[in-house]
Design a binder for this molecule. Structure first.
Ligand SMILES: [Zn+2]
Length: 311
């Protein structure tokens, strides 16, 4: 073993070594400004592996919303809402909403599902994951609420300059007839680059549309399959990990057809539980990836831990 050779260390090296020592660091710290608190992180990403696919959830934004029972559990008593929330250790006066697009790198295409609230949020999350918006080949829109189409375009024009777009024919036709501010501003100008599909159609090999109507008239989920492994990009069929999974019959303000949405919830949750298939829920707590177990007359959310991190 070679002996430690002090003469080779310059004065600068010694000063650096000294600064790294805990006690010297403390002394120096008195002269430094305290690191400021940074607030809640609003963008993040997590990548997992599904067969040959890399699947990245992108937190494109999150916010606190007050009076959540004006949105979830509209048809149950305040007492029932409070008891369920308390049992799950979550407050009744506010809820945290997450907005989580999904990016699939199939190895030959980069496919983005939904775009968040605005171009800045999705661009920051995408960049954080190591990609740039001009690399996206296909943008799939699950449905046309503002928090899913908001990142398609902004003052600078289209956010994904090289992408083509895929969406459900029923969804597109509904909003083209009904109109809404977001559709007119963000979707209509891209209509010529859009491919309209129906349930059972594929976006690319291994990505198949699944009808999940109710939240909106043409809302669709997407089933991924690679090397025999499956995952459902489930969008907004269930929007809260406790209130929607535990109690799929609880009415949700944003479900346009409440009974169709409840029927879709129960059928997809039953399928996910039976097949032990992981799913990504756009509004689930980040990283928005989990499993479903049947429990009582509803279901329970089981967050992903490391199942899809292992090759
Ligand atoms: Zn949504």
């Amino acid at each position: 073993m070679k002996s430690f050779s002090v003469p080779h260390l310059s004065r600068r090296h010694l000063l650096m070594a000294g600064a790294a020592a805990p006690l010297a660091g403390l002394a120096a710290g008195s002269a430094r400004a305290m690191a400021p608190q940074m607030g809640l992180s609003s963008t993040a990403s997590q990548t997992v592996k599904l067969g040959q696919f890399e699947v990245t959830t992108l937190l494109a934004g999150n916010r606190t919303v007050e009076e959540p029972q004006s949105i979830f559990g509209m048809n149950v008593s305040e007492d029932e809402f409070a008891a369920v929330s308390e049992a799950a250790h979550i407050p009744t006066d506010a809820a945290q909403f997450f907005f989580t697009p999904t990016l699939i790198n199939t190895g030959s295409e980069l496919v983005l599902f939904d775009t968040g609230l605005n171009p800045a949020g999705i661009t920051a999350a995408l960049t954080g994951a190591g990609y740039t918006p001009d690399q996206v080949d296909i943008v799939v829109i699950t449905h046309m609420h503002g928090d899913h189409i908001g990142g398609l375009a902004g003052d600078a024009g289209a956010t994904f300059p090289n992408a083509r777009y895929v969406t459900g024919a029923i969804e597109f036709d509904h909003w083209a007839a009904a109109g809404n501010e977001g559709f007119d501003a963000k979707v209509a100008p891209l209509a010529e680059q859009m491919t309209m599909i129906n349930g059972g159609d594929t976006v690319v090999s291994g990505i198949e549309a699944v009808e999940a109507f109710g939240h909106t008239p043409g809302h669709m989920a997407y089933r991924l399959e690679s090397d025999g492994k499956s995952l459902l990009v489930a969008a907004d069929f269930a929007n809260h990990y406790i209130w929607s999974l535990g109690y799929p019959d609880w009415e949700v303000r944003f479900d346009m057809d409440k009974s169709a949405a409840a029927a879709t919830r129960k059928s997809l949750l039953g399928m996910l539980a039976a097949e032990k298939m992981p799913f990504i829920g756009y509004h689930m707590p980040f990283p928005a990836l989990g499993y479903v177990e049947a429990r009582d007359s509803g279901f329970q959310y089981v967050p992903h831990s490391y199942q899809l991190l292992m090759g």
